[in-house]
Design a protein around this ligand. Structure first.
Ligand SMILES: Nc1ncnc2c1ncn2[C@@H]1O[C@H](COP(=O)(O)OP(=O)(O)O)[C@@H](O)[C@H]1O
Ligand SMILES: [Mg+2]
Length: 371
């Protein structure tokens, strides 16, 4: 029987546009033999749109293809309630017919950080990807690093502080960064993605500007030692015994570009290329797959994640940079490409993700909530 799958996308996040591009790929690639799809867009202001309004966010060809497969979407909004007895998340015009699964195709704040996952838990509906805890731990670069260290994963040197500390004692913060990290330093808001608010500081002046910028985005700021690195990624899929894909590598051709900023990642500058499989020795590739799984387990991940590594050019050391619990899923994104290179097309990845979501939901149902 076909499953009713909601694709929730967009969201109250700086990565709103990327989430629309990811959702487009999911909608185009999901197997119509297995699903009935219900698109649900969340606007940058946080408004949830009806399926008809949501579909209108996509290009004409996507809309036409969707309507050929699934018919015209409803103009009545979905009902989502935290009252689990009321059917949780129901289909418009469907009475109390619940959705079988939700795919939160949301990157960054209010989507990848555990907040919407909490809403789905309350509504008692299976959802794809990491749960509340893993999502929030994967989002916060400071908490993530603490868990990585606990799991014996190598990471770069860093310091972190609160915006309030910076505002009260900027000189003290600058001195402590210079003493522990030095230059170049990467200054980042702790809870963001897609390189938003990130600056590579090379001296005291640029450090102060970089911290002031990061402080506009978050109350928690992290500063890392800036390294000269190759950027390697690995896709993870599964629940408690996950699999890792072939690694991929971002090659930046323009030597004047110091790092993968927003433009490099998304605007198709032509300066960079994502290569799968990454040109690495068999031994190193194996190690990367193993460490990607370890990083996934360190945050208690489920469903999917992409683990990003730094391979130092000076000494060959392999460090874990970060884990992304809802990696980009656009047609240019690494996650689908790495599975493709491992022999699994994105359509099968989606099928697997739905099964994993339902598997985790059923497993949680085994827990007693009485005393
Ligand atoms: N410590 C570092 N040394 C060198 N480059 C870095 C460092 N931290 C980040 N970068 C560069 O900045 C990019 C974005 O940083 P990242 O921590 O991955 O943040 P985001 O969550 O926004 O992707 C990385 O892909 C890399 O190009
Ligand atoms: Mg990154």
């Amino acid at each position: 029987m076909k499953k009713n799958l909601a694709i929730v996308f967009g969201g109250r996040s700086g990565e709103h546009e990327i989430a629309i591009r990811s959702a487009k790929t999911v909608i185009e690639q999901a197997d119509p033999a297995n699903y009935h799809l219900f698109p649900v867009a969340i606007t940058p202001e946080g408004q949830w749109l009806s399926p008809a309004e949501s579909l209108a966010m996509f290009p004409e060809e996507t809309v036409a293809a969707f309507e050929r497969e699934y018919g015209e979407p409803s103009d009545r909004p979905h009902l989502l309630t935290g009252d689990a007895s009321a059917g949780g998340f129901t289909i418009p015009n469907g009475g109390t017919q619940p959705l079988d699964c939700v795919f939160p195709v949301l990157h960054g704040t209010y989507g990848e950080d555990g907040t919407i996952q909490g809403l789905f838990e309350m509504a008692d509906v299976p959802y794809i990807g990491c749960g509340v805890l893993a999502s929030s731990c994967g989002m916060d670069k400071v908490t993530m690093k603490t868990l990585f260290r606990e799991a014996d994963l190598s990471i770069c040197e860093y310091v972190w502080f609160l915006r309030s500390e910076w505002e009260q004692d900027p000189d003290g913060v600058v001195h402590s960064v210079e003493a522990k990290i030095g230059y170049p330093a990467f200054v980042k808001p702790a809870n963001l993605g897609s390189s938003v608010g990130i600056t590579r500081a090379i001296d005291e002046g640029s450090l102060r500007e970089a911290i002031a910028l990061a402080a506009e985005y978050d109350r928690k700021i992290i500063v890392e030692q800036g390294l000269d690195v190759r950027e390697i990624e690995c896709a993870v899929l599964g629940n408690e015994e996950p699999s890792a894909s072939e690694a991929g590598e971002y090659i930046i051709r323009d030597e004047t570009k110091a790092f993968l900023d927003w433009d490099e990642k998304y605007t198709g500058t032509g300066n960079n290329e994502f290569i799968t499989p990454a040109p690495l020795s068999a031994e190193l590739s194996g190690k990367i797959r193993q460490l990607a799984v370890r990083a996934f387990k360190a945050i208690d991940g489920s469903g999917l994640a992409r683990v990003d590594f730094f391979l130092r050019k000076d000494n060959g050391a392999l460090l874990v940079n970060e884990i992304n619990t809802m990696p980009g899923l656009t047609d240019a994104s690494g996650y689908p490409k790495m599975w493709e290179a491992t022999g699994m097309n994105f359509r099968s990845v989606i099928d697997r993700l739905v099964d994993l979501a339902i598997e985790r939901y059923d497993d949680k149902k085994r827990n007693r909530t009485d005393r």
